[in-house]
Ligand binder design. Sequence first.
Ligand SMILES: Nc1nc2c(ncn2[C@@H]2O[C@H](COP(=O)(O)OP(=O)(O)O)[C@@H](O)[C@H]2O)c(=O)[nH]1
Ligand SMILES: [Mg+2]
Length: 365
Amino acid sequence: MFDSLKELFNPSENPDISKAFEYHNTHLPTLWLLGKTGAGKSSLIQAITGDSDVEIGNGFEPCTKTSQAYSYPKTTPLLRFLDTRGLSEADYDPSEDIEVCSQQSHALLVIVKAEEPEQSDLIDALKKIKKQKSIKQILIVHTAVKQLIANEQSKAVQFNQLQFEKVWGDKIPYLEVDFELANGDTFAIPALKDKLAELLPIIRQLSDQQQHVSTENANFQKLKKEVLWYAGSAGAADAIPAVGLVAVPGIQAKMLHSLANQYAVDWNKQAVAEFIGTLGSGFAFQYASKLGIRQLVKLIPAYGQTIGSASAAVISFSSTYAIGRVACKYMYHKSKGEMVSDKEIQKLYKNALADIKEVAKNETS
Ligand SMILES: Nc1nc2c(ncn2[C@@H]2O[C@H](COP(=O)(O)OP(=O)(O)O)[C@@H](O)[C@H]2O)c(=O)[nH]1
Ligand SMILES: [Mg+2]
């Protein structure tokens, strides 16, 4: 226990930790966007991330022969978009794209402009993708639907929809959106976000729709993506041979240091001890535990009820997130010279575990 506590105080330069970060960053949940140039792929990425850089082609990195990858957010990435543009090449081979996209939870998004019935390249590509049989989820997004006059919209969408369903050999779920109405508004973006969050639960965590109940909460929202990145790395640690659980306390320590830095809190031995104290006695045992995972589950407070049975990776992911969440609260008040009650911290810890359960399970499966 004391070794681990020491680690919380002073994270060592542990090579296992960097392996976990690297693994996480190269195995991000990925949405594969397939569509003709101009169909609205960049517009979709922008709508989901709010990152306007996308528009001018910034932030994309060559990934496969015919695709570019865009990871978001840049420094602490949580998800990735694969933008395939080489569709018009007669010998387009989707296997490389499929492989990249299959590294973790994935879905294929077919992006089609409603006013564009000429879709032969896309249809050819879908044929090849269908043959490979490895795409689990597919969604068609019909874009710019409101650019057509009202009684043309559904006809145009149905025409394209049927073209794709014909080669796919089955019904395909679809959505109609418009990223740019004449009045500057958008159409059906919340529905798009909801649908995409069903495919990749992390997406729900990106949009901060809830009204900020407090300044503390608003401050956390700014750091949430970073906390999720550490959580993702902790969850990833288990997937790396000979790294696993031993790296998790080190990752959490690094996260706490980074957060303390941003709250301008002096993260000294006393602060660490006090913080751990607020979590309750059950918590420290997590670090003491050299026992099997079954025991570990029991030792993390509130785990049994909140998550039910869970893999080591799920526990690493969600406990790291929950620690990050409560650390932000603790540090916020500490920076103001205020105290928070243990009870409040423990309740927040439990709620954070529950909030992140879906993401943790999806990303570590
Ligand atoms: N009005 C409208 N314009 C769109 C929509 N989607 C894309 N566009 C426009 O079409 C052009 C190409 O979009 P972009 O997202 O860059 O397509 P990409 O080549 O698939 O990445 C841009 O000028 C966009 O503003 C849409 O839903 N509505
Ligand atoms: Mg583009």
